[in-house]
Design a protein around this ligand. Structure first.
Ligand code: PLP
Length: 373
């Protein structure tokens, strides 16, 4: 018995996602990178690296993780690099993608001086996105992410090998069509001068109902217009989508106008997107309020009043010690979790392909202590 709370990755589900991504690679001849921002459980990378081509990193730490633990291609982008990091980042990256023409001017030659083979790129802003939430819209008003066509300097095209855009958030291939149209309309004139285009992340490829054939057609049409271009996708969420759970226990049940179960986890610290997106995590065996007889608010054990996962109904009354299992907790959870309020971080466990469960990480008091001084 593993002590709760813990995240449990199911490698068999991860492999199904990877096989689907691999299928797209086979049909289109593109490369697919894992976005470490969304999923960085590196003790599963021996499986991921069998199917994907490398990682996309945002800055020096993710680049190091890709280099050390994934060991294939490393594509590093940052909204703004620090000069002191260029040496390390350039040395271990295959692609280095700048966010602005000023960063490209500042650090492009410097990066080349550390690594002659590095392929430089520029992130552009296609100024088109159907992102459902402004927090996740890289093309929103006043966005700092990517260079707009007005800020683009044609003379710099000789300095770069590729262009990068990222404008999707949990979206279908139909939304990508709009982005690619906008990208081509604005930057199409430069595509004959470069070697690669990176279509970013946000492709919800592994979600049921995602239109995979539309994606394959879109990419193959694009390639027929620009056969010289290598295309990259860099999904994060789609890799970890529905591959595992957060297993927690009920510590207490209190009553104040309704029944409230306090868990040994925290929405704020361990599943922050439930609060900031916000979204409602599925709970195994539970339904919407009103569907089943017994309703509870599930809440965290931090002192934040709003540390609440949501209200759920159950077939049977809950009791202290019962397990509550949150579904789909692999992406944007571990990478975002904090030790806020001293709430212990969940352990990390993996059910390997052969069925054995391995606890790959446990956290102790020192992990909290050493982050605060
Ligand atoms: C966040 C991000 C990704 C991954 O996005 P997902 O929604 O997890 O697929 C890829 N590229 C860039 C530049 C990003 O910022």
């Amino acid at each position: 018995m593993i002590k709760t709370p813990y995240w449990l990755l199911e490698e068999s589900r991860l492999e199904s996602n990877l096989k689907l991504l691999s299928h797209i690679k086979e049909k289109t001849d593109i490369k697919i990178l894992l976005a470490l921002k969304g999923y960085a459980l590196w003790k599963s990378f021996s499986l991921v690296s069998k199917y994907l081509d490398g990682c996309c990193a945002s800055g020096v730490h993710e680049a190091l993780l890709s280099y050390e633990k994934f060991g294939k291609e490393t594509h590093t982008y940052s909204p703004a690099f620090k000069e002191e990091d260029i040496d390390r980042v350039a040395t271990i990256s295959n692609h280095l993608i700048f966010n602005s023409t000023s960063q490209l001017r500042l650090f492009g030659d410097l990066a080349k001086s550390y690594n002659q083979n590095i392929s430089l790129g520029l992130r552009v802003n296609p100024e088109y996105s159907q992102s459902p939430v402004e927090l996740y819209n890289p093309c929103g008003v006043y966005s700092r992410l990517g260079t707009t066509i007005n800020n683009f300097d044609k003379k710099l095209i000789d300095k770069i090998d590729g262009l990068h855009f990222h404008a999707l958030c949990e979206q279908d291939s139909l939304a990508l069509e709009g982005v690619v149209d906008a990208f081509e309309e604005k930057f199409g004139a430069y595509l004959n001068d470069i070697k690669w285009v990176n279509f970013g992340g946000g492709h919800h490829i592994t979600r049921k109902g995602y239109d995979i054939d539309r994606l394959i057609n879109l990419i193959n049409n694009f390639k027929s217009r620009y056969p010289h271009l290598q295309i990259y996708l860099e999904p994060g969420e789609a890799v970890g989508w529905e591959t595992g759970t957060l297993v927690t226990s009920i510590l207490d049940i209190v009553h104040n106008g309704m029944d409230i179960a306090i868990l040994d986890t925290s929405a704020e610290a361990h599943m922050p997107d439930t609060i900031i997106m916000p979204y409602r995590a599925e709970v195994r065996g539970a339904s919407e309020v009103g569907d089943k007889e017994f309703t509870y608010r599930l809440a965290g054990n931090s002192c934040l009043a709003g540390d609440i996962m949501g209200d759920y109904s159950f077939d049977k009354p809950l009791k202290i010690g019962d397990k509550i299992i949150f579904e789909d907790q692999m992406h944007y959870t571990m990478v975002k979790a904090t030790t806020f309020n001293g709430v212990p971080l969940p352990s990390i466990a993996i059910r390997r392909l052969d069925g054995t469960v391995e606890v790959v990480r446990e956290f102790v008091y020192k992990d909290f202590r050493d982050r605060v001084s």
